[in-house]
Design a protein around this ligand. Structure first.
Ligand code: URP
Ligand code: ZN
Ligand code: ZN
Length: 464
């Protein structure tokens, strides 16, 4: 007797597609095949894809974002939107603020997530203050405790590290086996451009994009890869937005370096023209790097198709629009410099890739699974417990109706913001039922009473 059998669906993993029923007991997949026997619950999956639940390895939740600015999502609302969008696990960040202890930051984020989550979660670290005690004690101890990835920023006031500091963080990664993720934009170029634009009165949200042209990202990507090469470590270049940065990663890969790349929905379907708009409407699309142009979108699709990028994440970083603590932060009217950076996307990520990628024939279903689940699990030390459908894996499963049409609206996505940058987008293919460790958290499109089911998952090291 099983707890659940998912019957009659077509299963896809990153490598295979096959018709199979799935039997689940105690939150794990325990049998695959046909005529599996009896279960307390049988879910009819005929006509549906049965896929590993999405893992979004780049989300910001409840992260301090500056005096007077409040992120729109807490762990409840972010993970709620995530499961509605077919995800079963998120990897948010623990931000170390300058002068603070990294261990304390981890404790604080655990407290924020405790009892609130619909998905499982596991934290990356953001290192803003690589003091000798952080580098020598806190970081190695946290890696040993299963926090095996950390992000460093090359831009943003209060967050940007110097090359020397990046090298010191990378040395810890070399010693411990942790994975470094990098936000690659040249801080001084942005500061210079911002001063010039403000002096010329070019302060509207659109000029957020003008202040950080492609060269800003390309140079920093090249530099980050060079620092990783010197340090002899793998590197994940996150949220890549354009062809030139993609080419830097491709060139490093062709030289045999272990450089990985990530892109996000905003770089596949938005452009910098979205930052135009009457009054402050363009602020809804302010994120870094900014969306670019049609050729950049094409390059990002090619990066996904060709394996230059091995993960596709949302970089969910939500702020309410109509809110002085969000995109309409009063100083933002005086310059784009003060508009909070980041856009919501955790709920929209998978439907956009399914519809624009699988349904339109740009990628096949196996690559979809790899880009949205399996490669996240392998990259961040969760595989094979997470990210696949196999005996012994957690029963993190999403049933997709490939024919279902939806118009993306903020109301549908149920995150804590008050808009989606993808409002009105027509989607074909929708995640109708989502199960986290065997518990159905979304059933036929309806959110279930599953708040607090999500757990923290300790991680191992990068594979593959
Ligand atoms: O604009 C963005 N992407 N905000 C989120 C923080 C980051 O840089 O990933
Ligand atoms: Zn970033
Ligand atoms: Zn981010």
């Amino acid at each position: 007797m099983y707890d659940t059998i998912i019957r009659g669906g077509r299963v896809s993993t990153a490598s295979d597609t096959f018709d199979s029923d799935i039997a689940i007991r105690d939150g794990k997949i325990v049998a695959l095949g046909h005529d599996l026997g009896e279960a307390a619950e049988v879910i009819d999956a005929s006509g549906l894809w049965v896929l590993p639940g999405g893992i979004d390895s780049h989300v910001h939740i409840s992260q301090p974002s500056g005096e007077g600015i409040v992120m729109a999502d807490d762990f409840e609302s972010a993970t709620r939107s995530a499961v509605i969008g077919g995800n079963t696990m998120l990897l948010p960040f623990c931000l170390q603020e300058r002068g603070d202890s990294l261990r304390q930051a981890v404790t604080d984020y655990h407290a924020k997530a405790e009892g609130a989550c619909y998905t499982d979660v596991s934290f990356h670290l953001i290192i803003t203050d690589p003091t000798p005690s952080v580098l020598g004690q806190e970081l190695p101890a946290l890696v040993a405790d299963g926090y095996t990835s950390f992000k460093v920023f090359m831009t943003y006031e209060g967050m940007a590290l110097t090359d020397m500091e990046m090298l010191k963080v990378m040395a810890v990664a070399r010693d411990t086996g942790a994975l470094v993720m990098v936000h690659a934009e040249n801080y001084d170029m942005i500061r210079f451009m911002t001063e010039q634009l403000e002096a010329a009165g070019m302060t509207a949200p659109r000029h957020h994009a003008t202040s950080r042209p492609i060269v800003v990202e390309r140079e920093a990507t090249h530099r980050a890869i060079s620092l990783a090469e010197l340090s002899d470590i793998p590197l994940m270049v996150v949220h890549v937005s354009n062809r030139e940065a993609t080419e830097e990663i491709r060139r490093a890969q062709s030289r045999g370096l272990n450089i990985r790349g990530e892109t996000c929905p905003q770089y596949l379907v938005l452009t910098e023209d979205d930052l135009d708009g009457l009054n402050m409407e363009g602020a809804k699309y302010v994120c870094s790097p900014p969306p670019r142009d049609l050729d950049s979108q094409k390059a990002c699709w090619e990066g996904l198709q060709q394996g230059v990028f091995n993960v596709y994440s949302s970089d969910h970083s939500p702020f309410r629009y109509d809110d002085p603590a969000g995109k309409l932060f009063p100083k933002g009217r005086t310059s784009f410099r003060w508009v909070p950076n980041g856009i919501p996307g955790v709920g929209a990520r998978l439907p956009i890739l399914f519809s624009e990628g699988v349904v339109k024939g740009r990628i096949d279903i196996n690559r979809f699974v790899a880009l949205t689940a399996t490669n996240h699990a392998k990259t961040y030390g969760l595989y094979p417990r997470k990210g696949t459908i196999a005996i012994g894996a957690d029963a993190d499963i999403t049933l997709w109706d490939p024919e279902k049409r939806q118009t993306l609206t903020h109301a549908l996505l149920q995150d804590g913001a008050d808009y989606t940058p993808y409002e009105g987008m027509e989607i074909t293919g929708w995640p109708v039922t989502t199960m986290v460790r065997g518990k159905t958290v979304v059933r036929d499109g309806a959110l279930q009473d599953a708040k607090g089911h999500g757990e923290h998952i300790s991680r191992g090291f990068t594979q593959g």
